[in-house]
Design a protein around this ligand. Structure first.
Ligand SMILES: Nc1ncnc2c1ncn2[C@@H]1O[C@H](COP(=O)(O)OP(=O)(O)OP(=O)(O)O)[C@@H](O)[C@H]1O
Ligand SMILES: [Mg+2]
Length: 448
């Protein structure tokens, strides 16, 4: 086991985590290269060797994740979080390949191959439950639909993998999302209302089929999509760049075709593509052939799915870099909604909501909240959540270390407005003016 004791082998925890991640991605690369070579015509032994490499890569990633984020110097935590997210995407893709190889070679191996390589502590990503059996792990809405009908016309391995991307209950409700009124209204019109009375929403009133959520990081694009998944009763695919661009398997085009086919088989359905810029950025000469083909396939499928009046498929894209999207992609998202930094009213709402949710409002009155909101211009929603967390820590930091273990949480002093002043010394807005001006330009030219 990878021991994270400080100073062991003279390396900092940051260095050790970084090293493990590097070893993990090198191992993934090795596995992918071998996979490319042996996928089609390799012998069983070669495939087993490939599977072993994927397993080793997953073990390295797991070791890399066995640390507490609080042990990383504060100024490096953002970087490590990003790396961890990337590694978890690698892990997911490695797991998918491992399952496919095991299925191909010997289905009985599949169980051991799918043991999760999940972070043990301080995880940002909700762990996926390991699949006990194919149907047991499927969301209830898919169990209700005939599984075979859903996979009709879709490659079996790809189809299975895509069914894993369906979100059932995210636990997020529209009410949890503060502000974002125009985005909420557009989503309601496109998703919730047509479900109540489909006949009313036909012809010219047909709901829009492509919605692009764009805006500075941390203002609720992903959260809002999760709320739609939680509240709409439609099949909801949560597609990430990694599940579409599994370059190492060379299956991206088939995956996209499969995705739209399943969505069509199970409609009404919603396909949510987060960080869409990472897959559908402007096509250029420099693009690898496989990436160019994938983008084209996406456009073709998108057109097919959204041009037929009978198909009820909505594609929601989210990005914080809309200006990098291909023009052809933009055209397919006629509704483009900016989720901007919160104004003073929205900041008040979010701070109040966050504190109330954790029963921490007692020490603050409305003028305190107004004061905090007036001092946080330029903060994103996620900055504000971080600020509330930091303020909540102030009373804890006042406790003498020797008494910490016997302190009753209920007897802790309430949060005061001055705690937010303290928190403001460390939590600063994360959005730069440069990003804001690019987004404003885009919104002026293309937003609606
Ligand atoms: N409108 C909101 N209401 C409540 N909480 C919010 C809101 N926006 C953001 N948050 C908080 O910030 C976190 C990050 O938000 P989210 O992931 O939706 O941002 P995003 O816009 O998708 O950012 P990115 O562009 O970086 O992907 C959420 O988990 C939530 O805690
Ligand atoms: Mg997001």
């Amino acid at each position: 086991m990878f021991a994270y004791s400080k100073g062991a082998a003279g390396m900092s925890i940051y260095d050790r985590v970084t090293q493990k991640y590097l070893e993990g991605s090198n191992k993934i690369r090795e596995a992918v290269e071998m996979d490319e070579l042996t996928k089609r015509n390799g012998t069983t032994n070669q495939k087993l060797e490939t599977a072993e490499l994927y397993k080793q890569a997953r073990a390295l990633i797991r070791e890399g994740n066995e640390f507490n984020i609080m042990d990383i110097p504060e100024h490096k935590r953002g970087e490590i979080r990003e790396k961890r997210e990337k590694m978890m995407n690698f892990d997911k893709s490695a797991q998918d390949r491992l399952i496919a190889i095991c299925n191909e070679v010997d289905p009985n191996m599949r169980r051991s191959a799918t043991e999760p390589a999940r972070p043990l502590s301080a995880a940002r990503i909700t762990p996926r439950p390991a699949r006990a059996s194919a149907s047991a792990s499927l969301p209830s809405q898919v169990n209700a639909v005939n599984r075979a009908a859903l996979l009709k016309g879709v490659d079996k391995v790809i189809g299975e993998r895509l069914l894993d991307e369906i979100l059932d209950n995210t636990g997020v409700l529209m009410d949890d999302v503060a502000g974002c009124q125009s985005a909420k209204a557009a989503l309601e019109e496109a998703v919730i209302l047509p479900a109540l009375n489909p006949n009313l929403f036909s012809g010219l009133r047909q709901p829009v089929k492509g919605i692009l959520l764009f805006g500075p990081p941390g203002n609720g694009k992903t959260l809002l999509a999760k709320a739609v998944a939680g509240e709409s009763k439609q099949m909801f695919f949560n597609i990430s760049a990694s599940s579409l661009t599994s370059k190492w398997v060379g299956d991206s085009e088939k995956t996209i075709r499969g995705l739209f086919q399943i969505a069509r088989n199970g409609q009404p359905s919603i396909i949510f593509i987060d960080e869409i810029d990472s897959i559908l950025c402007e096509r250029s000469e420099k693009d690898a052939e496989v990436s160019r083909r994938m983008k084209t396939e996406f456009l073709v499928q998108f057109d097919g799915a959204t041009s037929s009046p009978d198909d009820r498929i909505l594609v929601i894209g989210a990005t914080n870099r809309p200006y990098e999207l291909d023009d052809a992609v933009l055209r397919r998202f006629p509704k483009r909604i900016l989720l901007n930094l919160p104004d003073s009213e929205a900041r008040k709402e979010l701070i109040t909501k966050t504190l109330k949710k954790h029963n921490m409002m007692d020490g603050l009155n409305s003028s305190d909240i107004r004061y905090i909101a007036s001092n946080t211009s330029g903060f994103s929603n996620s900055d504000l959540v971080a600020l509330c967390k930091e303020a909540a820590m102030v009373p804890v930091r006042e406790i003498d270390r020797s008494k910490l273990s016997i302190t009753d949480g209920n007897k802790l002093r309430k949060i005061r407005a001055s705690d937010f002043d303290t928190a403001l010394r460390t939590i600063r807005p994360s959005t730069s003016e440069k990003i804001m001006s690019k987004l404003s330009d885009f919104s002026r030219n293309f937003g609606c």
